[in-house]
Write a protein that binds this ligand. Structure first.
Ligand code: TNX
Length: 561
């Protein structure tokens, strides 16, 4: 982390002079072989309330694209605009339908979707194919190009995931009113022109792993609530949702053959209120919902600690065999599975086999954090067994950083969450091929308070203002760990104090977009003074979406947002 990026919380100039911005951006991006030009249009976060006339700006897109060159014109979506999907890909057609569904409510236009054909005008989604000269190597699996002229808007990608991410950029290049669920033409004076600034964007991610973590164990969140969060994070090109499904306070997924896990273990949540759980069909529906947004679910069952709900359901899983009550407080580190009982392994085998069968994604989470109530030897036995179970199902074990002290082998993912230096076992595991996810609590824990006035949240990792969330470098964060070991980033929302949708929104926004940008954008774009302006332009979008965000005093939100 370079100290020059650390700015104080003192008021700063609203932005660099234009020339300085261009020079900084060109110099910075020259190093990674791409050029950039900075748009000259009025910025969406100019003073005063957002007006219908305001245009979006290439500089406002979050995460910052690799390269964005405006050309000064504009494409306008009208009531005769059509959307064209490529032939031969039902997934690409799905992205086209998704785009139409995003644009129809606010515009009130029909926006018909056609497969194949090319009107010469309209919105075209194009997949690179052999006729096109084959895959565009620069873009990889998730990248896209957006080429916008006055009469045509084209999103090109190698795969549908890239088209989907291109659609998220397009959303942010439309006026913020596009996010309204009601048609925006009530009064002629408020008529919104659905313009997109013309130009060229080439964009692809820095890391292939950009996760949002959601704890549905401390407080339970329904399928609809999780889907809402999936929609919110997909706007920022997040591609994994890590669901923390089990903890002392609740077991949230039905497991065949172990009915008490949910009849007993899911009955309550923090504070003792009624809890809840997902049936296996509901979990499948969640997986499919996320998949349609190019988000892969990583389910986590947390063992060998964080298991009071399981022990309350099946007392035989603990060494003393005594029944426990499901925990409704917020302490951690006091419960453990019993390493010397065969039941423990029958339980793990059954749970992991079912999780793997329900989960198309590559990772199955086995937890492994804060197991203070498990001896080192027992920890190793249980974690190694769980990791082997996951691998036997053809999946990769995902765990917290502590699993590095077991011998989980490779492939495996260990998620660094602490605030201290990486441990020797973690460094050794990384050197031996374990991939690390960077989720340092003092930057990425979305449950930490923003400052001492934040009503929700904990603050054991310190206050995490949006600037702290943004101002670190995932590739260079851990001393003694090579950047090539870093799989990506994650921002976790623990829910000891988080109860409602609007709590989720408030703790995640604006910090989640900050972490998402670190995961997607090249380090050369990293600049807090520019990022805070990009964030500011999101405010009116979040208002239009009905998203309850924290109005950080560090961000110059437009008046009225
Ligand atoms: C730590 S760090 C936890 C969670 C808590 C969280 C609260 C880690 C992997 N576990 O169990 O919910 O802190 O901030």
């Amino acid at each position: 982390m370079s100290s020059h990026r650390r700015s104080t919380h003192a008021p700063k100039p609203r932005r660099l002079p234009l020339l300085a911005t261009v020079v900084v951006a060109v110099v910075a991006l020259a190093g990674i072989g791409v050029g950039v030009a900075i748009g000259r249009g009025s910025r969406a976060h100019s003073d005063g309330p957002p007006t219908a006339a305001q245009r979006a700006d290439y500089r406002d897109v979050v995460p910052a694209p690799v390269s964005a060159v405006p050309t000064g014109g504009q494409f306008t979506i009208t009531d005769s605009t059509g959307i064209y999907a490529p032939t031969g890909s039902s997934a690409a057609r799905g992205v086209a339908d998704y785009l139409a569904a995003l644009l129809r409510p606010a515009t009130g236009y029909a926006l018909p979707v056609a497969t194949g054909g090319d009107s010469g005008s309209g919105i075209r989604l194009v997949l690179a194919d052999a006729a096109d000269g084959g895959p565009d190597k620069q873009l990889g699996d998730e990248g896209y190009r957006l080429d916008i002229s006055d009469d045509q808007l084209t999103i090109r990608a190698n795969l549908p995931a890239g088209l989907f991410h291109g659609v998220q950029t397009l959303r942010q290049l439309l006026p913020p009113q596009i996010e309204n669920s009601k048609t925006q033409h009530a009064k002629p004076t408020q008529q919104v022109a659905w313009t997109v600034p013309s130009g060229h964007i080439a964009d692809y991610p820095q890391f292939g792993y950009r996760a949002a973590g959601l704890d549905v164990a401390r407080h339970f969140f329904t399928v609809a609530q999780v889907e809402r969060y999936i929609d919110e994070v997909s706007l920022y090109k997040v591609n994994y949702l890590h669901l923390h499904l089990t903890d002392d306070q609740g077991w949230r997924l039905a497991i065949d053959g172990w009915p008490k896990l949910t009849s007993v273990g899911a009955a309550t949540e923090v504070g003792g209120h009624a809890g809840g759980y997902y049936t296996q069909q509901q979990y499948r529906d969640l997986v499919a919902y996320a998949q349609a947004r190019y988000i892969t679910i990583i389910p986590e069952v947390d063992v060998p600690g964080h298991v009071t709900a399981a022990l309350a359901s099946y007392p035989a899983l603990s060494c003393d065999g005594k029944a426990r009550a499901v925990f409704t407080g917020i302490d951690t580190g006091f419960s453990s599975l019993c390493a010397s009982k065969p039941t423990t392994y029958a339980f793990l085998d059954s749970v992991i086999r079912q999780l793997a069968a329900l989960t198309p994604g590559p990772y199955i989470g086995i937890g492994g954090d804060e197991a203070q109530a498990t001896s080192a030897g027992d920890y190793k036995k249980i974690v190694d067994h769980a990791a082997a179970d996951v691998r036997a199902q053809g999946k990769t074990p995902w765990g917290w950083q502590e699993i590095a002290s077991a011998s989980v082998g490779t492939p495996a993912v260990a998620t660094y969450w602490s605030t201290g230096f990486p441990t020797a076992p973690l460094k050794r595991a990384a050197a031996a091929g374990t991939k690390l996810v960077l989720d340092p609590a003092s930057h990425t824990y979305l449950d930490q308070k923003y400052d001492n006035t934040t009503a929700l949240g904990l603050h054991w990792a310190g206050y995490v203002e949006v600037e702290n969330a943004y101002d670190w470098d995932p590739g260079a964060y851990l001393p003694g760990v090579d950047a090539s070991s870093v799989l990506g980033v994650e921002a976790d929302l623990w829910t000891e104090t988080v109860v409602f949708d609007f709590d989720i929104d408030y703790m995640a926004f604006p910090r989640l977009p900050a972490i998402a940008e670190l995961g997607w954008s090249p380090p050369a774009t990293h600049d807090w003074s520019a990022f805070r302006l990009r964030l500011a332009s999101q405010g009116p979008r979040w208002n239009a979406m009905g998203l309850n965000y924290y109005k950080s005093p560090l961000v110059p939100w437009p008046a009225g947002s």
